[in-house]
Design a protein around this ligand. Structure first.
Ligand code: SF4
Length: 180
C-alpha cells in the first residue's frame, strides 16, 4: 500500500481526509506540525483530540515539537492581514514545506494536507504552496481538495459522531475573534 504523509491541523479536519485516503488505497500517516496554534493550551487540546482519533481509526500519528517561534518569525509584519491573506500564505508554506521535508526524510513519496477541507481556505493557494514545497524536497504533493463532494459536511458529521472538540477560530492569535 502506498503511504502518504498527511499534514493535519486538528482532528475535525483530519476525520474525512483519513477515511477518503484509506478508501483510495493509501496508507495515511498523519503529521501534526502546527506552530501557528495559540495559546499552548489550545494546541494541547487539538493534539489530544487527534491522538484519540488516531487510536480509534488506527492510523500512525507523528507529532512534531511545538515551536511557536517558527510562526512568530514568519508572521512578523503581517499581524493585521485578514484571514486568507499574506500571513495565511506564509503559514501554509511553513507547515507544508516542513511536511514535504519530513516525507523525504521518511522516504514517503507523497504528501498532502487537511487544510483544504475548510471552506475558509482558498484551494488554489494551498495547491501552489504544496507544489512549491514538493519541488523543494523532491516529493509529490497530492492535490486533494478535501472540501469537494461534501467533504466539509462529512468531516463535521464524523466530528459530531465522535464528540470531538471543535475550535471556534483558525489557530493563530490573530484569528481569535473577540466575543460580542
Ligand atoms: S488565520 Fe489560520 S492559516 Fe491564517 S495565519 Fe492564522 S493560523 Fe495560519
Amino acid at each position: 500500500m502506498q503511504k502518504v504523509l498527511l499534514h493535519a491541523c486538528c482532528a475535525v479536519c483530519c476525520a474525512y481526509p483519513v477515511k477518503l485516503l484509506k478508501n483510495e488505497g493509501f496508507e495515511p500517516i498523519v503529521y501534526f506540525y502546527n506552530p501557528n496554534i495559540y495559546p499552548q493550551k489550545e494546541y494541547e487540546i487539538r493534539l489530544y483530540e487527534l491522538m484519540e482519533y488516531s487510536r480509534k481509526e488506527n492510523f500512525e500519528l507523528i507529532i512534531e515539537n511545538y515551536t511557536p517561534n517558527d510562526f512568530e518569525e514568519i508572521s512578523k509584519g503581517l499581524e493585521n492581514e485578514p484571514e486568507k491573506g499574506a500571513r495565511c500564505e506564509k503559514c501554509y508554506f511553513l507547515r507544508l514545506d516542513k511536511t514535504a521535508k519530513k516525507a523525504k526524510e521518511l522516504n514517503i513519496q507523497n504528501f498532502t494536507t487537511t487544510l483544504s477541507v475548510s471552506p475558509h481556505k482558498i484551494f488554489q493557494k494551498i495547491l501552489k504552496t504544496g507544489d512549491l514545497a514538493a519541488e523543494n524536497h523532491n516529493v509529490k504533493y497530492l492535490a486533494y481538495d478535501f472540501k469537494k463532494h461534501d467533504g466539509f459536511k462529512i468531516t463535521q458529521q464524523i466530528a459530531r459522531e465522535n464528540s470531538m472538540y471543535k475550535q471556534t477560530y483558525c489557530g493563530c492569535r490573530y484569528s481569535i475573534r473577540p466575543k460580542i
